[in-house]
Design a protein around this ligand. Structure first.
Ligand code: FAD
Length: 417
């Protein structure tokens, strides 16, 4: 027991992406004994290759009434954001049907409300964690710019209006203002918006490893093992079975990003998790061309200045976890980058990553439906980097039996039963 009378538990956290690392650190700070498992080194998955945005403004979900009309043209456009691996379409059909059901105005506003609830707390939660690590040179507070041309774009007003209602700070930009902020960008835009409270990291993996090292310094354990299954005793205590051994704990947390479904299926939960595949390439030594991340809304991709150079990030490709990287998607990013910076030369580092996504675009954060000592934190889709620290805080409070003043039920997996 600690001074507050909270029972200290031994806890397994499965997955060492940003979710698993933040959860483990928050738990160990509360005095629990924590063992983190990952089949690879920490931070080599989606949490490595993302765009590095901390986006507390981004509460308007993808499931919106106007999106379905746009899907065919997005799929047909070679410079658009959307692609399919046709061999995966039959497997993903149930997910698509659930997604379509969620594209009503009511469901969109429900998702926006509950994304906003946690996004609003995302940066303060990171600030708490960063008190104990040296992040000098790794985080920039210069906001993020979205811009657009007037061609083939109808829906930016919807986002701006919902964000206004939610009290999100945003500053509309004229072409001249965009040019003043980012003078090297090709001036193809007709307007834009700056989200001044957003931040970005110049190297997501370095931040993750700093938090991971702090976890080890505080006495946390790490096992590089693949978790094959979680078994439960008659009193519902979990045993984590890996490719090497079996370990008994008081509680366990599944934080395996897009790979979580394999484990949740085994504990008889039908959680419709799938993946939106995303890509990046780097243009080395060109990061001086941008001061902050930009997103070109018409083509649905972004560029972030990072230590590795300009990181060009984007694409939503539906194709599951096993299909190979698509060269066409890489070419799409290269073409789009050169549209904004015509003088860019050769790219490097072709990378494919897996956003973990539920069809209602809310994450699963909370207890398992079937096992009282099992917890989940996955499915944060395009915002899992932003939501690492706050998810860690919420899960560590739940496990410690502490109350929050948040309405957490909308994130529970039981919403799918
Ligand atoms: C192209 C792209 C750009 C993005 N940009 C942004 C952005 O700018 N801002 C933002 O907020 N979010 C962004 N995201 C989303 C964000 O990166 C993810 O939501 C987030 O990284 C997910 O973190 P995670 O810890 O849940 O999963 P992951 O980072 O995928 O980590 C899961 C870990 O679990 C491990 N694992 C899986 N199964 C097992 C098992 N059975 N046993 C042991 N270990 C296992 C894996 O090895 C992995 O290390 C982006 C994503 C992509 C793909």
């Amino acid at each position: 027991m600690n001074e507050g009378g909270v029972k200290k538990s031994s806890i397994a956290v499965i997955g060492a992406g940003i979710q698993g690392v933040c959860i483990s650190l928050s738990l160990i700070k509360k005095g629990h004994k924590v063992t983190m498992f990952d089949r690879g080194e920490p931070g080599n998955s989606a949490s490595y290759g993302n765009a590095g945005h901390f986006s507390p403004y981004a509460s308007v979900p993808v499931n919106r009434p106007d999106i379905l009309v746009d899907v065919p043209s997005m799929l047909l456009s070679s410079n658009g954001p959307l692609a399919l691996k046709w061999n995966y379409v039959p497997k993903m059909l149930p997910w698509f049907l659930k997604f379509i059901k969620n594209c009503t105005k009511k469901n969109m506003l429900h998702t926006a409300k509950y994304m906003h609830q946690i996004l609003d707390l995302a940066l303060p939660a990171y600030d708490d964690l960063f008190q104990d690590v040296d992040i000098t040179g790794l985080i920039e507070n210069k906001g993020i710019i979205y811009f657009w041309t007037d061609k083939d774009l109808k829906s930016r007003e919807l986002e701006i209006n919902i964000r206004k209602q939610l009290g999100v700070k945003q500053q509309l930009l004229t072409p001249k203002e965009i040019h003043d902020l980012e003078p090297h960008l090709n001036q193809i835009y007709h307007g834009g918006v700056l989200y001044p409270q957003a931040r970005h990291t110049r190297n997501p993996k370095k931040i993750l490893l700093k938090l991971f090292d702090l976890f080890l310094d505080r006495g946390g354990k790490f096992k590089k093992q693949n978790v094959e299954t979680i078994l439960f005793s008659s009193d519902d205590q979990p045993t984590v079975k890996t490719n090497q051994d079996a370990y008994k704990f008081d509680k366990a947390v599944i934080a395996c990003g897009a790979f979580s479904k394999k484990l949740t299926d085994q504990v008889n939960e039908k959680i419709p998790l799938d993946t939106e595949r995303g890509y990046h390439v780097h243009f080395k030594n060109h990061d001086h061309l941008l001061s902050r991340p930009v997103i070109f809304l018409n083509r649905g991709f972004g560029i972030t200045p990072m230590e590795q150079g300009l990181r060009v990030v984007g694409t939503v490709e539906f194709g599951g976890l096993n299909n190979p990287l698509s060269k066409k998607r890489i070419q799409n990013l290269i073409n789009n980058a050169k549209y904004l910076f015509p003088k860019l030369g050769k790219h490097e580092d072709e990378w494919l990553g897996f956003r973990p996504t539920l069809p209602d675009f809310l994450p699963v954060i909370g207890p398992s439906k079937n096992h009282k000592n099992l917890f989940y934190s996955f499915g944060h889709h395009h915002l899992g980097w932003t939501l690492g620290a706050i998810s860690g805080k919420i899960i560590s409070k739940m496990i410690s039996g502490e109350k929050t003043n948040l309405d957490l039920e909308p994130y529970y997996s039981s919403r799918f039963s």
